[in-house]
Design a protein around this ligand. Structure first.
Ligand code: GTP
Ligand code: PEP
Length: 212
């Protein structure tokens, strides 16, 4: 099965606020962009992925991610993360045939294409499914098979909300790179230990941070 991934990204100047003790205001937007670039590049390398569509109003991020091969759609209806994802997923799902849709976080700098393929393959059996994040509280990926509504409930505690919404929780084995989102300095150290993509590696080399 081939998937279309929808990747949300808020304006870089506002992104990754919980990393303010690790990266100052001068470096944080570049770090958020590097996470998104490594996430999108790895997703585009995954054989199960047909297209990656980034939902963003950030002009620089749009340019850089389009250069990697992603499609870009504006953030509509400007009513937060879940509204933007629902809108983009509905647009993508209705405008193309024979594709299922998944929302993937933009902060997965250690993402490995074969692990993403394993998660998507395991999701293919269900109308809606999700993968919990490394902290086991949030969600890094939510899927909807062709013709189904995505119905996203991302945000704090989203694992429980996605489960309560009827989405099936996935346990596809060792897929640490798909679970390891980066919100805090500890998350960044954990991602570095897994092995991050080249853009994140270049930016983190300028931070005083080492692996766990
Ligand atoms: N397009 C879009 N993306 C969003 C919006 N809010 C959050 N996101 C993205 O959704 C994902 C999770 O968002 P958050 O955890 O709220 O934000 P963050 O930048 O990752 O981290 P914090 O600022 O520390 O909360 C990230 O990829 C964000 O860039 C929104 O309103 N629109
Ligand atoms: C939006 C989410 O991610 P985080 O807040 O961890 O970035 C989530 O887990 O639903």
């Amino acid at each position: 099965m081939q998937w279309i991934l929808v990747v949300p990204l808020k304006p870089l100047a506002q992104a990754k606020s919980r990393l303010s003790d690790t990266a100052d205001d001068g470096l944080r937007p570049g770090l958020a962009l590097a996470f998104a670039q490594d996430t999108v590049a790895a997703a585009l390398e995954c054989p199960a992925v047909r297209d990656v569509v980034v939902v963003t109003n950030d002009a620089l991020a749009a340019r850089e991610l389009a250069a990697l091969g992603a499609g870009i759609v504006p953030d509509q209806p400007r009513d937060g993360l879940n509204a933007a994802l629902a809108h983009a997923a509905a647009a993508v799902g209705s405008s193309r045939t024979a594709a299922s849709v998944a929302a993937l976080n933009a902060d997965l700098p250690a993402l490995r294409p074969p692990e993403l393929a394993r998660v998507l393959d395991s999701a293919a059996a269900f109308p809606r499914a999700f993968l919990a994040d490394a902290a086991a509280l949030g969600t890094t990926l939510l899927t909807a098979s062709r013709g189904r509504e995505l119905r996203p409930f991302f945000g704090p505690g989203s694992r429980a909300r996605h489960r309560a919404s009827g989405a099936v929780e996935l346990f596809p084995g060792a897929v640490d790179s798909v679970r390891q989102d980066v919100d805090t300095g500890d998350d960044l150290r954990a991602a570095l230990a897994l092995g991050v993509g080249p853009r994140t590696a270049a930016v983190t080399a300028r931070l005083l941070i080492t692996e766990q």
